[in-house]
Design a protein around this ligand. Structure first.
Ligand code: ASP
Length: 444
């Protein structure tokens, strides 16, 4: 039977009401057979996630401070859910085990993992689904890197013959049997791995937004939701700071060509965003703008180098990049002219070696002039349709010119999937708004 893997984030499982919504979503489609829950998240904006409460208990346990009261609050979270849903179960034995373990061996990953573990137990019982402890099937090496092949094999073997299962997100165990978590937000990764292992037709990632937005809602008011985005586009936008999914959640499903659907637990009627590979049937999507998304990131510097006849000097670029390499600085972009070259780098990487880099470049290529400009923001305009649309770059520049924004750098890769522009950090929000207006509002 084909299946869908459904992952629910912390806000989707923050209290009994949210559990009810989750159960209704799962029960409305019999293919939703494999469920990956997060720990209970925030119920309101200044609430505390259970994961953070557990980290706090562990810290106190490690310093020999009594954490009874902190742990009581955690117990209350689960007990409230259990009693309000009317589930016939008690977690008392589990609670006791966790407290004893924290007192004996206060390990951070173990502590944090209990949020998902307990939530998985409750959800499985509520749904009437099988429970699989993620420590049985999600396997890391002793250094903490995921062993994907072993994990996929273990999940496949464990779910064989089962109609359904709840597998808690965020953690697994090392080959030595020690509980290990992914980095924060890592339940996304578990969901992706399970989807790969059970060869799911889709990986649904249920959260509290109706998908991936065209632009940051803190900058653009009420931006549109992206209906379909390719993995490559997503990577470009995520790199620039747009985030919905854990970065490591892409590979397991992408390599198996399984689409991800970002959905909203509070608005299950919304289609959300489909994240797909390049050969998806794009005629099915509803929104068709030239661009897919816009994202920007601050904190860059450009190293501007000038030298007469630079273009005829063999190995010039190589020598400059060697200086960066030797100082541990990676470069983001490197547009050049006949006698000029400007290299955009992350300011925080450059800061500790700034003088060494300037001296090194002077020594290697003896430029006529070298200067560093800070407080640069990079803005990525991303879209698979730009390749077949003329005038995209002209429109970007027209919108910058109308807003009197000075464009300091432009870079368009040969894939024509994105255009990167460098502007002053102060201009970034307005630049994003103008591009949004030009490509989304005016194409409506
Ligand atoms: N509960 C973990 C966190 O808060 C993992 C997750 O929710 O994905 O980061």
């Amino acid at each position: 039977m084909s299946s869908k893997v459904v992952k629910f984030g912390g806000s989707s499982l923050a209290d009994a009401k949210q559990f009810e919504k989750v159960a209704a979503i799962i029960k409305s489609d019999e293919k939703r057979r494999f469920v990956v829950p997060s720990a209970p998240g925030k119920r309101f904006s200044d609430d505390i996630k259970v994961t953070d409460m557990l980290y706090k208990c562990c810290e106190k346990a490690g310093s020999g401070i009594d954490f009874t009261e902190d742990f009581r609050l955690i117990k209350d979270r689960y007990n409230d859910i259990i009693s309000q849903l009317g589930i016939d179960m008690s977690l008392d034995d589990e609670f006791e085990k966790i407290v004893n373990e924290l007192k004996a061996r206060p390990a951070k990953d173990y502590a944090a993992s209990r949020g998902e573990y307990l939530n998985g137990k409750v959800l499985a019982k509520y749904l009437g689904f099988n429970f699989i402890d993620a420590a049985e099937v999600i396997i890391f090496d002793t250094k903490g890197s995921l062993l994907l092949d072993d994990t996929v094999k273990a999940v496949r073997a464990r779910v064989k013959g089962l109609d359904n299962a709840v597998i808690p997100g965020f953690y697994g165990r090392t080959t030595e049997g020690i509980v290990k978590t992914f980095s924060r937000g890592g339940s996304d990764v578990t969901g992706s791995i399970v989807a790969n292992a059970v060869r799911a037709e889709i990986y649904e990632n249920w959260t509290d937004v109706s998908g991936f937005l065209v632009a940051d809602p803190r900058i653009v008011q009420n931006p549109d939701v992206i209906s379909v985005i390719t993995y490559r586009e997503l990577r470009e936008l995520a790199y620039m700071g747009a985030s919905v999914l854990h970065e490591d959640a892409i590979f397991p499903v992408r390599s198996a060509d399984i689409p991800i659907n970002i959905r909203n637990t509070n608005r299950p009627e919304d289609d959300g965003t489909m994240i797909v590979s390049n050969d998806y049937d794009f005629s099915r999507e509803s929104m068709k703008h030239t661009i897919t998304g816009i994202a920007g990131r601050k904190g860059f510097s450009t190293i501007n180098i000038e030298k007469a006849m630079m273009n005829s000097e063999k190995g010039f670029g190589m020598k400059v990049l060697k200086v960066l390499f030797e100082n541990g600085v990676s470069f983001e972009h490197m547009p050049s002219g006949i006698d000029t070259m400007s290299i955009t780098v992350d300011s925080s990487e450059l800061a500790p070696v700034r003088e060494k880099v300037i001296a090194g470049i002077r020594k290697e290529v003896n430029p006529d002039h070298i200067e560093i400009e800070d407080n640069i923001a990079l803005l990525a305009v991303v879209g698979r349709r730009m390749k077949n649309t003329r005038g995209t770059v002209a429109r970007i520049f027209a919108s910058m010119a109308h807003a009197r924004i000075n464009v300091k750098m432009i870079d368009q890769g040969s894939s024509e999937l994105n255009v990167i522009i460098g502007v002053s950090e102060n201009d970034l929000p307005e630049a994003i708004r103008r591009i949004y207006d030009m490509f989304i509002n005016s194409e409506k």
